[in-house]
Ligand binder design. Structure first.
Ligand code: PLP
Length: 409
């Protein structure tokens, strides 16, 4: 038998310009270049500083409640009838999702850079709540930009942010949703960059955000690797995560990138149909372009206008995706697929009924794909699902949809 040469290690990305292959970079006005340089420098130092890393880990453990459990889902496994399914329980974190990991990391960095306040954008309010939480913890004034449409639809999250001392700033431009909130937050950052840090909520935006957010979320994948070895003596065969901007998936996948025996699967929002404007499956249906400061796959029309998007889950309802996912798509390291609204509703039901665990509607997309993969694999295989968040926030929406009422977004 001829011996195979070991596969070439993937290149270290991003490079110094923040490029993941052709993707990423900085497509921003000149006024922001200095701030992004300063941030890159500060983050490079912090990431090499054991004291910073130890403090980050201490807060994740003591405040967020990490490490999150890697839980064997016996009834989902039985229902799928194949490979064993494990859930990486990010829903058990304080505030109920993975977003807090990144908000804590960027909050600590804000302190280190001696900035006096933070701003953030939010769609459904999950990242707004995570940022408000970190701001309260670190005693930083916080303003969250939120489309006025979203403010109307997400009363509870707006209340939570205000209760924690955050100012919720209504954005009236465009579609009055997430995309417009990002634009407004970037504009405001330009004017206040000397005193203010902008906490971006996903692995998107100009360099160094995609790398930094991935690194803060990589605790998910690192813990999963250690827990896999402890609990079943090896790495999983497949790892599945949902992809909106791509932060929970990037954090889960990144530590596995060089473990080429582990299949990585990203699940996008298939929406109502595959027709332009009715879904948010950016990698599956988009093409490369510039959105929110970085070059990546974008849902757009033939003239390059960003597409309207729809998903049952507000956290996946975004026309862009982080540049590292575009890179992984092109080099084939991650397989991307999509699950539609109706299927995700079924994922919500099956996880709730069989495990007593209500998933966020974002997570529900990945539940469905995980069940399909497990069904096709032998009982000796293991599939790990990144259980990005809990479903409490979506109960009212699920009830509306089950009653036959139109989606609220
Ligand atoms: C925001 C959110 C997502 C999508 O964001 P990513 O950056 O793609 O991870 C997924 N799941 C939950 C629970 C969320 O709150």
């Amino acid at each position: 038998m001829p011996t195979l040469s070991p596969p070439a290690k993937p290149a270290v990305v991003p490079d110094l310009r923040g490029r993941f292959g052709p993707y990423g970079g900085r497509f921003v006005p000149e006024t922001l270049m200095f701030a992004l340089e300063e941030l890159t420098q500060a983050y490079a130092e912090a990431s090499q500083d054991p004291a910073f890393q130890a403090e980050f880990r201490r807060i994740l453990n003591e405040y967020v409640g990490r490490p999150s459990r890697l839980y064997f889902a016996e009834r989902l496994t039985k229902e799928a009838g194949g490979a064993r399914i494990y859930l990486k329980r990010e829903d058990l974190n304080h505030t109920g999702a993975h977003k807090i990991n990144n908000a804590i990391g960027q909050g600590l960095l804000t302190k280190r850079m001696k900035k006096k306040r933070v701003i953030a954008e939010t769609g459904a309010g999950q990242h707004g709540v995570a940022s408000a939480t970190a701001a309260a913890l670190f005693d930083l004034p916080c303003r969250v930009y939120m489309g006025s449409e979203d403010i109307r639809r997400q009363e509870l999250n707006v209340f939570k942010m205000r209760a924690m001392g955050t100012e919720v700033f209504p954005v009236e431009s465009g579609s009055k949703t997430l995309r417009d909130a990002v634009n407004e937050a970037m504009r405001e950052w330009m004017a206040s960059v000397e005193t203010t840090h902008y906490i971006i909520g996903s692995a998107i935006g100009p360099h160094p955000f995609p790398m930094m957010v991935r690194d803060f979320q990589a605790v998910i994948g690192q813990e999963t690797k250690e827990q896999s070895v402890e609990q079943f003596g090896r790495l999983p065969d497949v790892v599945v995560a949902c992809v909106g901007g791509g932060s929970n998936a990037a954090g889960m996948f990144y530590p596995f990138v060089n473990d080429t025996g582990v299949e990585l699967v990203g699940v996008e929002a298939g929406g109502r149909t595959n027709v332009y404007g009715e879904h948010a499956a950016t990698i599956s249906n988009g093409k490369p372009g510039v959105l929110h400061g970085s070059f990546s796959y974008v849902l757009q029309d033939d003239d390059g206008q960003t597409a309207p998007v729809h998903s049952i889950s507000a956290g996946l309802d975004y026309p862009g995706v982080g540049p590292e996912h575009s890179y992984w798509k092109d080099n084939g390291r991650v397989r991307y697929t999509s699950i539609n609204d109706a299927e995700a509703m079924e994922g919500f039901r099956v996880s709730s009924r069989l495990e007593g665990i209500l998933p966020a509607l974002e997570t529900a997309h990945a539940v469905v794909e995980t069940m399909r993969i497990a069904a096709k694999r032998p009982k000796t295989d293991v599939v790990v699902l990144c259980f990005s968040g809990r479903g409490d926030k979506d109960c009212a929406e699920v009830a509306r949809l089950e009653a036959g009422l139109p989606a609220s977004h």
